[in-house]
Design a protein around this ligand. Structure first.
Ligand code: DQA
Length: 144
């Protein structure tokens, strides 16, 4: 089983970016944890981050050809991107939306997600553990 762990804009700055909101773990720390969790669960986890909407769309299209599913934190594009939503609906493999913070406890513009309706599931508010919960859920869904 192969899983794409995809991170959107500004997540490359994790660790130093608003640690009171996003925690002190870096993106590399999270990726390492998810790669080892994947090994435990019998899945190879391939990690990718981009600050560019088009590159995220390309990664989703490409994942169609090699991945069984995607764990995706679209960052700020969650709230704005029709194009990312369309890319998720265009691929058949399951996508899990994850957020470190509880987006519903924050500014109102973060309460709207353009991607939730086309994702298989969503995890928000557990810090780096949102990725863990998302990955566990996705692997379970794929195994059924
Ligand atoms: C985020 C929440 C988004 O609203 C924000 O723009 C991010 C990070 C999260 O992981 O909590 O960049 O996706």
């Amino acid at each position: 089983m192969k899983i794409l762990l995809l991170h959107g804009p500004n997540l490359n700055l994790l660790g130093t970016r608003e640690p009171e909101v996003y925690g002190s773990m870096t993106l590399d720390d999270i990726n390492e944890k998810m790669i080892s969790l994947g090994e435990e669960l019998g899945a190879e986890v391939i990690c990718l981050q981009s600050n560019h909407e088009g590159a995220l769309i390309d990664a989703l299209h490409d994942a169609r050809t090699w991945a069984n599913g995607v764990v995706f934190n679209p960052g700020g594009y969650t709230h704005t991107s029709v194009a990312l939503r369309d890319a998720i609906s265009a691929i058949v493999i399951p996508v899990i939306e994850v957020h470190l913070s509880n987006v519903y406890a924050r500014e109102e513009f973060r309460h709207t997600s353009l991607v939730s309706a086309v994702c298989k599931g969503k995890v928000s508010g557990f810090g780096w553990r949102s990725y863990e919960l998302g990955l566990r859920g996705l692997v379970d869904i794929i195994k059924v």
